[in-house]
Design a protein around this ligand. Structure first.
Ligand code: TXA
Ligand code: MG
Length: 340
């Protein structure tokens, strides 16, 4: 299959172009599109055959459920069995935006989307291209991140093409995504509510709206096997995460860099801007200033992918502060590091 690239400016949405993408969705085929977090691989949520194509294209196991994307808060009533007040409270505060709510599903939501669970994950993306696509298609759109299963999520159209060219009908190129890490997945079927995946809305932000938030792993509910969890967000290079702080971190990174270079590996360092001059003689890529976690999140996946493009075998990554978006960044780096 020849993958078509459709360029759309996020500043001025060309509805005629959106309609070309809508036709693809209506025919039951796949369109990758930008959201504020990462690119998604979209299909008509109400067409099971179309949804099945997502799992095929990504090489994603069928027991990993998908997020349903909506453009109107009223859709919550159609897709969930009932909408608890906390859902409306959170949606009003954070939608459109990088928060996914897990609620009891309605009959309308097929088992292939939820992997047989009785819950469904729903979010309203904060991106005009994504919102226009959903509105014009007049249907909710399911979309996982538009990468091959287990790989780092795409934050621009080229990343999508690198993974899925020839496997999907269309990619909408709307430029670079602004948040850079995926949405926060929040299970609101439990009391207290539980963060299943840290993401673009921080726990600190959630706590401004609901006093009690638990941070837990999907693992507790047996949603995933540990192996699958570990293979997430992985660059092809082996990633070593150095979690020490301050000077101890720099020393440890330097030590590891020497060690693996001596063993003949092509190694690179992912460092904070303030440390960029501390690794003399080693290739360094900057994620951002340690104090600017939003910028670090926006850069994370592109930096990891650029190491792969240049054939690095080992990435030694400096850890970041685990607050605000730093929690989402560290969750992803730990999973990437746990791969081997
Ligand atoms: O930012 C995002 O969320 C992006 C963009 C494209 O919207 N999408 C995304 O989708 O990251 P994906 O498929 O890569 O990740 C979806 C996550 C998975 O961790 C999945 O296990 C979880 O959401 N999930 C989906 N449905 C669930 C459910 N019913 N219960 C618990 N977790 C669920
Ligand atoms: Mg993903």
């Amino acid at each position: 299959m020849k993958t078509k690239i459709l360029k759309i400016s996020p500043k001025k949405i060309d509805l005629d172009k959106i309609k070309i993408a809508v036709e693809v969705i209506k025919k039951g085929n796949l369109v990758a599109f930008p959201t504020e977090t990462v690119y998604g691989l979209g299909a008509n949520a109400l067409n099971e055959e179309a949804v099945a194509k997502i799992f095929q294209a990504k090489g994603r196991p069928l027991n990993d459920p998908l997020i349903v994307h909506i453009a109107d808060i009223k859709e919550l009533n159609r897709l969930s069995k009932y909408t608890p007040p906390v859902a409306l409270k959170l949606a009003k505060k954070f939608w459109p935006g990088p928060l996914t709510l897990v609620l009891k599903k309605s009959e309308l939501v097929s088992d292939i989307i939820t992997a047989g669970l009785d819950t469904v994950a729903i979010r309203m993306p904060d991106d005009n291209i994504a919102l226009s696509l959903i509105r014009e298609a007049q249907t909710p759109i399911v979309a996982p991140s538009a990468n091959l299963f287990g790989r780092t999520s795409p934050t621009n159209a080229q990343h999508v093409a690198d993974d899925l060219d020839g496997k999907i009908e269309m990619i909408i190129d709307g430029g670079k995504t602004k948040v850079g890490v995926e949405s926060t997945v929040l299970d609101i079927t439990t009391e207290p509510v539980r963060v299943l995946r840290a993401g673009g809305i921080s726990v600190e932000q959630l706590k401004e709206v609901i006093s009690k938030v638990k941070i837990g792993e999907e693992l507790e509910r047996g949603l995933r096997s540990p192996g699958m969890l570990n293979s997430h967000y992985s660059p092809q290079a082996r990633l070593i995460l150095v979690e020490e702080k301050g000077e101890a971190q720099v020393e440890e990174v330097y030590k590891l860099a020497f060690k693996y270079k001596a063993q003949g590996f092509k190694i690179g360092i992912m460092a904070k801007e303030e440390n960029q001059d501390k690794y003399n003689g080693f290739p360094v890529k900057i994620i951002g200033k340690g104090s600017e976690l939003k910028i670090c999140a926006a850069n994370l996946f592109a930096v990891l992918r650029s190491f792969d493009k240049e054939g690095f075998e080992i990435i030694i990554a400096e850890g970041l502060e685990e607050q605000d978006l730093g929690l989402a960044i560290m969750e992803r780096l730990r999973k990437a590091a746990a791969r081997k």
